[in-house]
Design a protein around this ligand. Structure first.
Ligand SMILES: Cc1cc2nc3c(=O)[nH]c(=O)nc-3n(C[C@H](O)[C@H](O)[C@H](O)COP(=O)(O)O)c2cc1C
Length: 199
C-alpha cells in the first residue's frame, strides 16, 4: 500500500554531490525547513530545537569556519582530503545548523525534578526528530542533503559569527542543495533481526 510519508522517507538519502540549483526559492526553502522544525514533537512540548538556516555566502562562511578549525588539528599531509570533503558540503546551496537550547532543558529540570536526568536525553531525541523531518522534507522537495557533526569544533566561532545565544548547543549540520549525482542502493538487515510482531 502506497503511503506518502513512507515514499518521502524512501526518497531521503545521504547526498554528498551537492550543487546550488535549488528547485525552490530561498524563501520557500527556508519556510519548508522552519515548518519541519516547528511541527516536530518535543518532550512536554518544550520546543527546545533551534535552527540557523544559512544560504549562499553565509553557508560558505560556516564551512570556512569548519575548515579553519580542522586545519588546526588535522595532520598537514591529510588536510587535502579533509578540505575536499568540506568543499563538497560548501558546494551546496545552504546549510541548516541544528541547535538545542540548554536554557529550555535546564528550565524543565528545575520544573520537573523527577525527570531531571531524562531532559537532556529527550532534547537529543527532539533534535534527531527535527533533523529527520527537515532531511525528509527537503528530499520530498527534490533537494539533496547529508547530516554532519563538526560540533563542538565549530560552536564558538559560529556563535560569534551569527551572534547566537550562549545557551544554544550545536548538535548537527545539514548541508543541502541540488542533487548532482545519483545515490547508490542501500542495503537493509533482515526484518527478522529487527522486528517482533505479536497479535
Ligand atoms: C545519528 C546519525 C549521525 C550521522 N552522522 C553522520 C556524519 O557525521 N557524517 C555523515 O556523512 N553522515 C552521517 N550520518 C548519515 C549516515 O551515515 C546515513 O544516514 C546512513 O549511512 C544511511 O544512508 P542514507 O542516509 O542514504 O539512508 C549520520 C546519520 C545518523 C542517523
Amino acid at each position: 500500500m502506497s503511503n506518502p510519508f513512507i515514499e518521502a522517507s524512501r526518497r531521503r538519502r545521504t547526498q554528498y554531490a551537492l550543487g546550488r540549483r535549488l528547485p525552490l526559492s530561498q524563501d520557500e526553502t527556508a519556510a519548508l525547513i522552519q515548518d519541519a522544525v516547528r511541527l516536530a514533537p518535543s518532550s512536554f512540548n518544550s520546543q527546545s530545537s533551534r535552527a540557523v538556516i544559512l544560504f549562499g555566502a553565509q553557508s560558505l562562511r560556516f564551512w570556512e569556519i569548519v575548515k579553519d578549525a580542522l586545519r588546526a588539528i588535522v595532520p598537514a599531509e591529510s588536510f587535502a582530503n579533509t578540505e575536499r570533503k568540506i568543499d563538497g558540503f560548501a558546494a551546496g546551496a545552504g546549510t541548516v545548523l541544528f541547535y538545542e537550547d540548554q536554557d529550555v532543558v535546564k528550565g524543565l529540570q528545575a520544573q520537573f525534578p523527577l525527570y531531571a536526568d531524562n531532559f537532556p536525553v529527550w532534547s537529543e531525541h527532539a533534535s534527531a526528530i527535527a533533523q529527520f523531518s527537515v532531511w525528509t522534507a527537503l528530499a520530498n522537495a527534490g533537494i539533496g542533503a547529508s547530516l554532519q557533526h563538526y560540533n563542538p569544533l565549530a560552536d564558538a566561532a559560529a556563535a560569534a559569527e551569527w551572534s547566537l545565544p550562549a545557551s544554544w548547543k550545536l548538535r548537527a549540520q545539514m548541508p543541502f542543495g541540488s542533487n548532482e549525482a545519483p545515490i547508490g542502493d542501500k542495503t537493509f538487515i533482515d526484518d527478522a533481526e529487527r522486528f517482533r510482531v505479536f497479535g
